[in-house]
Ligand binder design. Structure first.
Ligand code: SAM
Length: 222
């Protein structure tokens, strides 16, 4: 069973997205287990403070090391073989390859920041730092959700027989997926490519490969 822990100031953020579709099915089937841990529960002062003003001045607040590190230690105690991943725009970019690798681990602990982010010293207590893209979110929770969703669907048994992670973008020799069509054959003047209606499976396969290659070339210069 894949054990997901999230360290967050907003545990309620995850309830609805994990309660539908593939993640819900996987959690219900016991393929994965999810726990959101409230960082504030590890603040020891009277006001349960988790943030403070930055040294050196400037706007915004910084997440304090004491409660965050205590929360990380709690997560490691609960799951000694977990890997703790800090979510930060400064981290390594999350990719399908990362998702595939993570799906083979015993579990992950995702550390979500808020405000201006973490006191830099917290980096000493995590195993990795990951970004979901070159943009800034208000908090790490949407980033954690992206990672959870991408990993859960790769767990053996998470997808039904009619779904396939192999055929998805990046699964197929690192290529983007080919375009898909369904009925009707013509919609407001836009026709389904003739080859898909031809019944010629060899030609369809060749067309799909060509489309996957040309899309990948067009949209991913790298
Ligand atoms: N001051 C930080 C900066 O410019 O790098 C941004 C902090 S952001 C408002 C608050 C939190 O959101 C971060 O600590 C991080 O956990 C999360 N976050 C924002 N963008 C992210 C991204 N692209 N990938 C992963 N986490 C992100």
């Amino acid at each position: 069973m894949f054990h997901i822990q999230v360290l967050t100031l907003f545990p309620e953020f995850f309830a609805s997205p994990l309660n539908c579709s593939i993640p819900k099915r996987a959690l219900d089937a016991g393929l994965a287990i999810f726990e959101a841990i409230q960082i504030r529960d590890f603040a020891r002062d009277r006001h349960r403070k988790v943030d403070d003003a930055p040294y050196g001045g400037g706007p915004g607040m910084v997440m304090k090391p004491e409660p965050v590190v205590a929360a990380i230690r709690h997560a490691r105690k609960q799951q000694p073989d977990t890997r703790v991943i800090m979510l930060t725009p400064a981290g390594r970019r999350f990719t399908q390859n990362e998702a595939r690798e993570m799906s083979g681990w015993p579990g992950i602990t995702l550390l979500c920041g808020r405000y201006e982010g973490f006191d830099e010293r917290i980096c000493h207590y995590v195993d990795d730092q990951i970004s979901v893209g070159d943009f800034v979110l208000s908090g790490g929770e949407p980033a954690a959700l992206c990672i959870i969703d991408a990993v859960i669907r790769l767990l053996p048994g998470a997808l039904g027989s009619h779904e396939s992670a192999e055929q998805d973008s990046f699964g197929h020799e690192g290529l983007l997926d080919w375009p898909h069509y369904t009925r009707p054959a013509e919609f407001e003047g836009h026709r389904v490519p003739d080859v898909l209606l031809s019944g010629n499976h060899k030609a369809i396969e060749a067309w799909r490969r060509e489309q996957a290659h040309s899309r990948t070339r067009q949209r991913h210069e790298d």
